[in-house]
Design a protein around this ligand. Structure first.
Ligand SMILES: NC(=O)c1ccc[n+]([C@@H]2O[C@H](COP(=O)([O-])OP(=O)(O)OC[C@H]3O[C@@H](n4cnc5c(N)ncnc54)[C@H](O)[C@@H]3O)[C@@H](O)[C@H]2O)c1
Length: 295
């Protein structure tokens, strides 16, 4: 789909990081931009910045884990601009809570935003798109192809890759004019490590970090501080939408993680614990740091 003036893009998680970069990229191409986010002050600021670039904007405070809120977002976007051509289901969070011994609330939060947010986004906008055509961009992660981060995050992102592929297949099998891309980045320089700023009060107290997370988080923060910029991801997404490409990857070493995993699957070998993740210390060092902490 050509990104041309007069088209309308909706971006969730648009107040920060990759979402804000997508909104900026589309504004530069002349699109009208609907920005949705749960963080209202950051959303207002982001929307003003996009408007200052000359784009027509609409900011809609939205919790993507809430179906009614995402339906209201779709209605507001169509009422304001008359149509929606591009929907980026991008909002996402990660939790440092212990997945097995900590409270279930951390799972509910991560799956609610990362997975249900994408499901709600597709269901709210697809009926409209079937009539006139359009494109979905779902932000997964390389964690959607290589489980090596946090279980709730890995599970949510694997599911986003799966439903994106299913949607792509059903649209193309039926010959419907709706494109799909799935974004699977490695590290990107954003505020994701401070995702807990949006922990919902409705889920009770925020769970403490797990032992492992205490060790790993500081390395992940470092990797993210050194990572590619969200604007780089936005350029890759814009190219993928224009060229009708499904997969959006960033650097090859992250893709190699997934390929290596598939080699072990093909060999029926057990999962390999000794994999070095780009930007992180060697696996052996991480294991020693965790063992030292546990004592
Ligand atoms: N940063 C990375 O290294 C990286 C790597 C791979 C994938 N991703 C994915 O990229 C996407 C964007 O994250 P980011 O890295 O830009 O982080 P970010 O924290 O900078 O931006 C995420 C945005 O989502 C919003 N958000 C959180 N909960 C929400 C909710 N319930 N409803 C609506 N909006 C909500 C936040 O307020 C924030 O503006 C996420 O899906 C994330 O999982 C990030």
């Amino acid at each position: 789909m050509e990104l041309t003036a007069g088209k309308v893009a909706v971006v969730t998680g648009a107040a920060s990081g990759i979402g804000f970069a997508l909104a900026s990229r589309f504004a530069r191409a002349g699109l009208d931009v609907v920005l949705a986010d749960i963080e209202q002050s950051a959303l207002a600021e982001a929307s003003q910045k996009i408007a200052d670039m000359g784009a027509r904007t609409l900011a809609v405070a939205t919790d993507v884990s809430d179906e009614a809120a995402v339906q209201a977002l779709a209605a507001a976007a169509i009422e304001r601009f008359g149509a929606v051509h591009l929907v980026c289901n991008n909002a996402g969070v990660e939790s440092d809570a212990d997945p097995w011994l900590g409270p279930i609330s951390a799972w509910k939060w991560v799956l609610g935003v990362n997975l249900w947010g994408v499901i709600h986004g597709i269901r709210a906008f697809l009926p409209h798109m079937l009539g006139q055509g359009g494109h979905f961009v779902n932000t997964a992660s390389i964690a959607g192809l290589y489980p090596g981060f946090a279980p709730s995050y890995d599970a949510s992102k694997h599911a986003v890759v799966a439903i994106s592929e299913d949607l792509y297949n059903s649209m193309s099998l039926a010959g419907l004019p709706v494109g799909v891309s799935v974004v699977c980045p490695g590290w990107v320089r954003t505020n994701i490590m401070d995702a807990s700023r949006n922990w919902p009060a409705s889920l009770g107290d925020q769970p403490p970090p797990s032992f492992g997370a205490e060790v790993v988080s500081k390395h992940v923060r470092h990797a993210i501080d050194e990572a590619i910029l969200p604007a780089d991801v936005a350029d890759l997404v814009a190219d993928a939408v224009t060229e009708g490409r499904f997969w959006v990857f960033t650097e090859q070493p992250f893709v190699d993680l997934a390929i290596r995993r598939w080699h072990t699957i093909a060999e029926r070998a057990n999962p390999d614990r000794n994999v070095d993740v780009p930007g992180m210390p060697p696996a052996e060092q991480l294991r020693e740091e965790v063992m030292r902490l546990i004592g």
